[in-house]
Ligand binder design. Structure first.
Ligand code: 8YV
Length: 325
């Protein structure tokens, strides 16, 4: 049994595979392998551990139908055709839960950075522009008692809300398909329509998956319904906002600021106008990038492979292993 790993992963994943007598190959070059390039290679493998933007679509899965599992080292699986995997009997695993705290921290960091223009100020010092100030310069916004609106309130949103409530006593409203009873009970969350959320929130943070329904959900129309003092935070997927519309909304003062860990496309070009805006904080998709969290994700991704080969149910299944013993 052998596994192909599309990028360098924490050692713990390799250790788990070794301990279970599973051979592996890790692609260590610092470039993304295309789907076409991978298909002929994968004929010799029974499993793949995926991190990054590989398009695991129907054509890819059909060409690699000898794979028994696509093990995502991520919570997101928007790049995987789940229906096709199911039809072809290929399991799909992911790594939810363990990355919620780190991702919520990233959203909180971006929110604070955008509200106080921190990244811009930092660049100003480096540019040699800290020559003078007056009491009306460099002013940001405070978060105390304001309203946090979460679109897609699940585990990550819950942890962000805990931070915002604990630090600033923020009120929590959310827009989900269903009710999040735990958040209503423990955090006093109130479920509202998407439009109500846009109109009432001082901070709008996105934590939903990228799906056909959420693709470019944040467009010109949505931004126009937000408060002029609102901050938009996206740590989910860049495809959920329309980037040209976001840039226009920030330039026109339709909204006040933005904190982005995800962009569209990724990587972002160095001349993107978002990088030179006062009230915008951008990070290069580091939501889950802590040593602890990436170790935990790597361990689950490896265990999902091992469990598939053992004929057992996955630790975390998007599509369950049908060859269970
Ligand atoms: C990482 C992520 O970018 O979990 C996700 O959905 O986007 C992130 O954790 C990455 O996929 C790590 O491999």
């Amino acid at each position: 049994k052998s596994v192909y790993i599309t990028r360098t992963v924490p050692e713990i994943a390799l250790q788990h595979l070794k301990d279970n007598g599973i051979e592996y190959t890790v692609w260590t070059e610092r470039r993304h392998q295309s789907e076409e390039e991978l298909i002929p290679i994968l004929k010799d493998y029974d499993a793949i551990i995926v991190s990054g933007p590989l398009k695991v679509n129907r054509a890819f899965l059909e060409a690699c139908s000898h794979l028994r599992i696509v093990s995502m080292m991520s919570v997101g699986y928007d790049n995987v055709d789940v229906a096709a995997a199911k039809e072809l009997g290929i399991a799909v695993g992911n790594t939810p839960g363990v990355l919620s705290g780190a991702t919520a921290d990233t959203a909180f960091l971006l929110l604070l950075a955008a509200s106080r223009k921190a990244f811009h100020m930092h660049k100003e010092i480096i540019r040699g522009n800290w020559n003078f100030w007056d009491p009306t310069a460099n002013l940001g916004l405070e978060l105390k008692g304001k309203t946090l609106g979460i679109v897609g309130l699940g585990r990550i949103g819950f942890e962000l809300a805990q931070r915002c409530i604990g630090a600033y006593g923020m009120k929590l409203i959310y827009h989900n398909r269903g009710t999040n009873e735990e958040a209503e009970r423990e955090l006093g969350a109130v479920r509202v329509s998407f439009d109500e959320l846009l109109q009432q929130s001082d901070v709008v943070s996105v934590h939903t998956a990228l799906t056909p329904e959420t693709k470019e959900l944040f467009n010109k129309e949505a931004f126009s319904k937000m408060k002029p003092n609102a901050i938009f935070v996206n740590t989910a997927r860049g495809g959920i906002h329309n980037e040209a519309d976001l840039i226009a909304a920030l330039e026109n003062g339709t909204i006040w600021g933005a904190g982005l860990d995800v962009t569209n496309p990724e990587p972002m070009a160095a001349d993107n106008p978002l990088l030179n805006m006062h009230n915008v904080a951008v990070l290069p998709h580091i939501g889950s990038a802590t040593i602890d969290t990436r170790n935990a994700m790597a361990a689950i991704a490896a265990k999902n492979v091992i469990r598939t080969f053992e004929g057992k149910a996955l630790e975390h299944a998007v599509v369950e292993n049908i060859h269970r013993l």
